[in-house]
Design a protein around this ligand. Structure first.
Ligand SMILES: [Zn+2]
Length: 492
């Protein structure tokens, strides 16, 4: 992000016992400390707004409500322009209103009481000797929604603890251009491994004995990450971090995964079957690592989850085929299942409408039709030219909007790129802008596929004798890939 403020150094006034004199960072909207007390499980968070940050929004201290937990915040105090305390009125457990502009603040979060009740992928938590801090949760939300807030955050940890973050980190001071997308793992028990990537730096850390070995996890992450570097043409960011942790709940087969900024977090319990555990981890990694590029690596705004979820599901399948992690039948089976979901939908809405709906934007209907749109697009592109595919489309979206000069609307950008390919125009019109039921007939004809009833379910199969043209498309989709590999046969 560009530096919006001229370099300035201020020495802050002493603020209670916790806020020491610390230097105001040049150009950061927020300067803060997070001080972790291992014994009480509390975080003390003093901080300060730069003179030009959040103008017009300095009379509120509010926190984003995380999906599962309500933060337990106490001892909230704030100082104004003149260095005197500002009167605060508590509106809710996570919101205060001030009677003058706020310059600095101080509060305490009882991390173990609220955040630490369950280890989750989507919010901060702290349990015993380790935790994950998502700065969006633990720092107040200032300014306009969606506008990145830059910050310098010093993490003060107990003796022996280490900090891991994909953000710029010098001696536990994190500098980030986008506070909301910054994550750090802290603790004394993380096992770490450098992932061997073809480009960019990727670190993997894990906590707790569950699932595959760290070596297996690191190998799986490397092959997936490298595959996406090939698809997109470059890494999404200079550094990436994968955090793998056991869930605190004793139940089997429960997991959560999230990609935030350049960090992937997977919180998982044990699998009922040992073989499932590596397979499931692969699936989670394929999906979440995709998100490091889209949407996290592009400057696209608005509600376009139909694209980044549908195409993440589809490209994850394609990658799995390329890496011989699934068979071609598994690939076809997933598409058939999505088709059954889609044609069963009664009250139909367009993908654009579904993506706008808070309750539906991550729903089954959107995922299923998004996946089918990606599949239909892939075959249509391959049919027109063997050197084109859904991967070229993804690469174009990434290249055009990665570190672009200004943010663009996601739907306008993606639909523009799709419509610039003549063969995708009907797909956009009928199944994205329109609400027609998915119609796979063109794709099936082109690729030599047919539906077959098997135990009362519609299965997608390759026709008996595909034509030369159909075989060429099947090959591009990965039909022959797994057959060539002894590895897949050994594993299955
Ligand atoms: Zn996703």
């Amino acid at each position: 992000m560009s530096t919006r403020f001229s370099p300035i150094t201020l020495i802050l006034a002493c603020f209670g016992l916790i806020l020491q004199n610390f230097t105001f960072a040049a150009g950061q909207d927020i300067t803060a400390q997070v001080k972790i007390d291992e014994k009480t499980g509390k975080l003390a968070v003093p901080g300060r707004l730069s003179p030009n940050a959040a103008k017009g929004f300095r009379r509120n201290i509010g926190f984003i409500r995380t999906r599962q937990n309500i933060l337990q915040i106490s001892e909230m105090t704030a100082l104004g322009n003149d260095g005197r305390p500002v009167n605060l009125t508590k509106l809710s457990p996570t919101e205060w209103v001030a009677d003058a502009d706020i310059v600095s603040w101080k509060y305490t979060i009882d991390a173990q009481a609220a955040l630490g009740s369950e280890i989750r992928a989507g919010n901060s938590w702290l349990r015993g000797i380790h935790g994950v801090l998502m700065f969006e949760d633990i720092l107040p939300a200032f300014g306009i929604n969606g506008v990145p807030v830059s910050a310098e955050i010093e993490i003060k940890m107990p003796e022996g603890w280490k900090l891991f973050s994909s953000e710029n980190n010098v001696r536990n001071i994190i500098r980030t251009a986008d506070l909301g997308n910054s994550v750090a793992a802290v603790g004394s028990g993380w096992e770490s491994a450098n992932v061997r990537t073809s480009a960019g730096n990727l670190e993997l850390i894990r906590m707790g004995s569950w699932g595959p070995s760290t070596e297996e996890m690191s190998k799986a992450s490397a092959e997936i990450f490298n595959n996406y570097v090939d698809v997109f043409g470059s890494p999404a960011s200079e550094n990436g971090l994968i955090i793998l942790t056991r869930r605190s709940s004793p139940a089997f087969d429960e997991w959560e995964a999230e990609a935030r900024g350049s960090t992937v977090i997977i919180a998982s319990s044990d699998a009922t079957l040992p073989g499932l555990s590596i397979q499931r981890l692969h699936e989670q990694l394929r999906h979440e690592i995709f998100h490091l590029w889209i949407p996290n690596g592009v400057d696209l705004t608005g509600e376009y989850s139909w694209f980044y979820e549908g195409f993440a599901l589809y490209q994850s399948l394609r990658t799995a085929l390329q890496l011989n992690r699934i068979s071609f039948n598994d690939y076809l089976d997933t598409i058939a299942k999505a088709y059954i979901v889609d044609v069963g939908v009664g009250q139909r809405r367009t993908l654009l409408e579904l993506a706008k709906d808070r309750n539906e934007r991550h729903g089954t209907e959107l995922y299923a039709r998004g996946l089918l749109v990606a599949f239909m697009s892939d075959v249509a592109l391959l049919q027109r030219s063997r050197s084109s595919s859904v991967e070229n489309l993804l690469r174009e979206v990434f290249k055009k909007h990665h570190r672009s000069a200004s943010a663009a609307d996601g739907n306008t950008a993606v639909l523009g790129i799709m419509k610039s390919r003549r063969e995708l125009v009907p797909i956009v019109r009928r199944f994205i802008e329109g609400s027609e039921k998915a119609d796979l007939s063109d794709a099936m004809k082109a690729a030599g596929l047919r539906f077959e009833a098997d135990s009362g379910r519609q299965m997608l199969k390759v026709v008996e004798k595909p034509s030369g043209r159909q075989r060429a498309i099947l090959d591009k989709l990965g039909y022959n890939n797994w057959r060539k590999s002894r590895k897949y046969q050994n594993e299955n």
